[in-house]
Design a protein around this ligand. Structure first.
Ligand code: SF4
Length: 324
């Protein structure tokens, strides 16, 4: 290994905030608390958060991940629903089977579920802006009968959408979308349907918004951006897109240091690093350590917002905690 003086210099701009949000912390702690209180196994429907490292760590502690409830045997063990939320049919099914269900849905996703319920009760047709197939979208659409919610993914979809009654419409969004892309879609819907009802507080969550804002500051002034996180994480994918839109020539998702293609970083002088809301800080440190092996790095943090959000654990886990 070359000594430090022989390594090329690399300035690393570290985005802040990055990594875990309050909803992810709550979801992971829910599984850890359940394991501590009730012992293994604890069943988890879907990846608790979209990060392989987190899922593998919890699996090693006794969590069993399933995609659907019918993979869970009749058991007294806890069954935890992931941070992304679930269709109503899932807790109903769990109750029918007398399963001990714990809901780790992020409260900011639950807020969107309440919005669609209220719009539906008021007789409005609902447009959900989001990505088809994402578990949060499946969960939000699954709060209501199938025809009540129409999914829109693009500005073109907004142009082509034909409502049943143009004067009785509402929209909600997935929590982890691109702020700018969503503004364009909402703008088009409002231009076509001026009376469309929307959320009082934006549905795109604080964590998604702040992480994108930090990337917008860093991406234009670096040669490449690394977004630490998993490809199935929506907010992580959006960070990569935001970096490219903000003018960074290269942006890559990286799950672990071993995944880094060093040829991509041969000729850079400035590197931006961020992490999706489900990526633990230990993976950022692992990637920084890997760069320190190849470069004489100097690290500067670029901060776009301070975060102090905290969500309490689901009630049964809180009550057990208090009893200890
Ligand atoms: S990204 Fe936002 S909505 Fe998703 S878990 Fe985190 S805080 Fe909740």
């Amino acid at each position: 290994m070359a000594n430090a003086s022989e390594k090329p210099a690399l300035k690393v701009l570290l985005c802040s905030p990055r990594g875990f949000c309050a909803g992810v912390v709550r979801a992971i702690e829910s599984v850890e608390r359940a394991l501590a209180i009730y012992g293994a196994p604890v069943y988890v429907r879907h990846e608790i958060v979209h990060n392989r490292y987190v899922v593998d760590s919890l699996r090693a502690k006794g969590a069993i991940f399933v995609e659907e409830l019918d993979e869970v045997p009749d058991t007294g063990a806890p069954v935890i629903f992931s941070a992304h939320g679930v269709p109503l049919a899932v807790p109903e099914d769990a109750a029918r089977r007398n399963l001990f269900a714990l809901n780790a849905t992020c409260p900011l996703v639950t807020k969107v579920h309440r919005e669609v319920e209220i719009h539906h009760r008021r007789g409005r047709q609902i447009v959900l802006i989001g990505h088809a197939g994402h578990p949060e979208v499946i969960g939000t659409m699954g709060q209501l009968p199938a025809s009540a919610v129409t999914l829109i993914e693009t500005v073109e979809d907004a142009d082509n959408f034909t409502p049943r009654d143009a004067n009785n419409l509402a929209y909600v969004t997935q929590t982890t979308l691109s702020v700018d892309d969503t503004a364009a879609i909402v703008g088009r819907l409002k231009a076509r349907f001026p009376g469309i009802a929307g959320p009082h507080v934006k549905d795109i969550c604080y964590a998604t918004t702040n992480r994108q804002e930090a990337v917008k500051r860093v991406a234009p002034v670096v040669d490449a951006m690394i977004v630490v996180g998993s490809p199935n994480s929506s907010n992580t994918q959006r960070l990569k897109e935001v970096a490219l839109h903000a003018g960074c020539a290269r942006a890559a998702l990286v799950q672990r240091a071993a995944d880094i293609d060093w040829n991509e970083y041969k000729d850079i002088a400035r590197l931006g690093i961020t992490a999706g809301a489900s990526a633990p800080e230990v993976l950022v440190e692992e990637i920084l350590d890997a760069f320190a092996q190849h470069y004489a790095i100097s690290v500067e943090t670029v901060s776009a917002a301070e975060e102090g959000v905290f969500f309490p654990l689901p009630r049964p886990l809180r009550e057990n905690q208090a009893a200890e």
